[in-house]
Design a protein around this ligand. Sequence first.
Ligand code: FMN
Length: 213
Amino acid sequence: MNTADLRRDYHRATLIETDVDASPVTQFKRWLGEAVKAELSEPTAMTLATVGEDGLPAARIVLLKGIDAEGFLFFTNYDSRKGRELAANPHAALLFHWVELERQVRVEGEVSKASVAESDAYFASRPRLSRIGAWASPQSDPIPDRGWLEREFSAAQERFAANPDSIPRPPHWGGYRLLPTVVEFWQGRDSRLHDRIRYRREDPDWRIERLAP
Ligand SMILES: Cc1cc2nc3c(=O)[nH]c(=O)nc-3n(C[C@H](O)[C@H](O)[C@H](O)COP(=O)(O)O)c2cc1C
């Protein structure tokens, strides 16, 4: 297989300045709604890029759990690599790629922790075994082997056996919200003449510009 020969054309849709909403949040909700309606697999999966104290970037996928004027909400382990990096440098980027819709959304901004009440509420809504997993897994730390993880999981299950329905949120687990300063919508077009519409925050409004593909 020659990866250089793998290519495709894009022609499903267009993105024109006069069609987009004045708010990138509303525009994002519109596109996310279309991704959900198209029954894409994991439409809320987004790549989260952070920067370490050494100035080097790292990326991984997390799931979007909410979006409003306050930003893009996701949940994770605060002691994980991403948590440590966000504590040292709150600037981050998000990326959505909705392959079948030939769309990409890039988001940049500053991340802050969600409120305790919000993290508690979302944690309580998670399936029981996911809640136990949050206690069992020291996310991003090296561990001896698979057996060690399974023993930690069993130990956590036993710990909460008396009260299986009220598993508290671990203090090291919760939400983050990325407040966007830049949001770019990309729609694939013919001949690589893609549409790129970028919003930049100019409080209280957003400046909308077209970028060359
Ligand atoms: C589809 C998908 C969804 C994921 N969702 C989350 C998530 O919502 N939160 C999370 O902490 N990790 C999630 N992960 C795992 C992360 O990609 C990553 O492995 C983990 O958070 C550790 O990253 P870190 O070591 O950079 O902190 C997901 C992975 C995939 C492939």
